[in-house]
Design a protein around this ligand. Structure first.
Ligand code: 6PG
Length: 253
């Protein structure tokens, strides 16, 4: 029995997963722009989403021309504590795979300013950016039209890692937790901001993720150990885009 009733979509491989996620991205963008004139998306990092970003920007695929790029406001769900040009930067990955290939107004790209040596100051600056851009009154959370997420091998998502203080943060919009596993600070949206999104899409690929996918979706609720289980959007279940390899332990139950 699936514990958090997510919407699971299984694609043959990473390329097919990227195409399925791209089609959903285009549809959600069309709906949001039609309704509000804008589509606000928080991009995820790591390696899996690179294929999605490249597919969206690919002129040989239909998605690029189906999207009104000038109406999209780009944010990040999390960032490493590095400058934007660093090889580990989530901004750099998305810029190289997608944003650099499209005509996106510079003020539509809201990067986490993680070149700041003080990660908490970078988090507070991003919180201020969200409050300004979403015209938030005190105590209100931004509502992203879409938050993209990945799943780490130990169950983290965004930069919400097992045992982190950020997991139980209920006041701040953006946190800067120390991540012992990587011996570094990260900057991340907090769970309550992610759960306030209109739509959340997980993208998970590869056999090496099959067991953690099973644990998160079918195992007992233990969100402090499996932070991805914290993601329960108020607007409705998260969508999980999995390739066959990552989903292979779901059907054996
Ligand atoms: C990051 C991501 C992180 C990522 C997972 C999965 O900054 O690394 O935001 O949460 O989504 O670690 O990463 P892969 O897609 O590379 O497996």
């Amino acid at each position: 029995m699936v514990t958090n009733q997510p919407e699971i979509r299984i694609a043959d491989d990473l390329s097919a997963l990227a195409r399925a996620a791209a089609a959903e991205f285009v549809e959600l963008a069309r709906e949001a722009v039609g309704r509000n004139g804008v589509f606000t998306v928080a991009l995820s990092g790591g390696s899996t989403p690179r294929e999605l970003y490249a597919t969206l920007a690919d002129p040989k695929r239909p998605y690029r021309e189906q999207t009104d790029w000038g109406r999209i406001q780009f944010y990040w769900g999390d960032e490493r504590h590095v400058p934007p040009g660093h090889a580990d930067s989530n901004f750099r990955m998305a810029y190289e795979a997608m944003l650099s290939k499209l005509r996106i107004p510079a003020d539509h790209v809201h990067r986490m300013l993680t070149e700041n040596p003080n990660a908490d100051a970078a988090a507070r600056a991003y919180e201020q950016e969200l409050q300004t851009q979403f015209a938030l009154e005190n105590g209100r959370r931004p509502r992203f039209d879409l938050v993209l997420l990945g799943l780490g091998p130990e169950g983290h998502t965004a930069s919400l890692f097992p045992g982190s203080d950020a997991l139980c943060e209920t006041k701040r919009l953006v946190a800067a937790p120390w991540v012992e596993k990587h011996h570094t600070f990260r900057v991340t949206l907090t769970p309550s901001v992610i759960n306030n999104a209109s739509h959340v899409m997980f993208l998970v690929s590869g056999e090496q993720k099959a067991d953690i996918v099973r644990q998160v979706l079918l195992g007992p609720q233990q969100p402090n150990h499996l932070p991805a289980q914290l993601i329960r959007p108020e607007s409705g279940p998260a969508m999980w885009f999995l390739d066959r390899a990552a989903s292979q332990l779901l059907s054996n139950q």
